[in-house]
Design a protein around this ligand. Sequence first.
Ligand code: SF4
Ligand code: SF4
Length: 356
Amino acid sequence: MLSPDVVRQGQHVMAVCNACRYCEGYCPVFPAMENRLVFAKHDLAYLANLCHNCGECLYACQFAPPHEFGINVPRTLAEVRLGSYEEYCWPALFSGAFRHHSFAKSCALAAGSSAVLIVLAVMSGAALWPAQPAGDFYAVVPHGVMVALFGLAGVFALLALSIGFVRAVRAFNPGSGVGVRGILDALTLRHLHTSGTDCTSEEEQRSPWRRRFHHLTLYGFALCFASTSVAALYHVVFGWRAPYGYGSLPVVLGTLGGAGLLIGPAGLFALRERRDRALMDPAQDGLDRSFILMLFMTSATGLLLLALRAQPVMPLLLAVHLGFVLGLFLTLPYGKFVHGIYRTVALMVYAKEPPR
Ligand code: SF4
Ligand code: SF4
């Protein structure tokens, strides 16, 4: 939750910035800040989700530590952002999860999900071993088991994310409404290169790679989702049963998306580990790394499964892959995925801010 200490620090930083205004051309945070005189909890949450943690304003700031004002906008807003994830989380009971992510816990969740799948598959009479010929996944985990398990997890995740979305719209919106241009801005990452030059990645250094890896991750995820949707359509509407050929639409979409979800998260991980720690909130290390790991492993196991689907190892690979997918689904509303939702809401609200 947004603790009084975090809110107090956010208010201090915004009060100093609002008097100084040196950074007003850097990103949407500063024009939106200038439209406000007071910074209540939800105003700070809005501004925090407008910030993409580039660091530009820290490197420019004459009041940054060790100055006695101690102004560090990216770090302060990162702390507020984490509090906002907890604040708008549904059910609130799970809000503590955002601070307890780790590599080990993600792997344990995936392993547990694989075990559940295997037990359900065995109970429904599937032949797990020896491997089925021709890569028939449904002979290993029956279609009904997959639909029931992933359907339940998917509907729950969608419900939790939708409630978070509505809560953020209500909290961020000062009454001026939301603009669809914000969705376009989120999809194009417009504010990561507003001025035509790329954001700083370190002091005095500019690089397009953070933006590029974000794009690969975002569109990789979207293509994988499209692949699953097309496959579901094939099965339910046309009665065309998997496995599909290497040139078929679901496989082509899944392969392209999988490549994006390998390169994007790997690149984001490499950049993250090299970033200036002064910009970051250490409480979010586990949150970031575990989400990147889940995306990477979901893609890596999926592509491996595709390549080896006619081999004896297929049932084992299928169980591991579906374990990561289910683990990812279950953690979507309580992990870094919510960054995409709240940032989009913040940009939609910003689209209706009075111009400055
Ligand atoms: S970050 Fe520093 S330089 Fe920039 S507006 Fe705030 S106080 Fe001024
Ligand atoms: S870190 Fe970058 S995006 Fe965040 S407030 Fe500063 S300039 Fe804006």
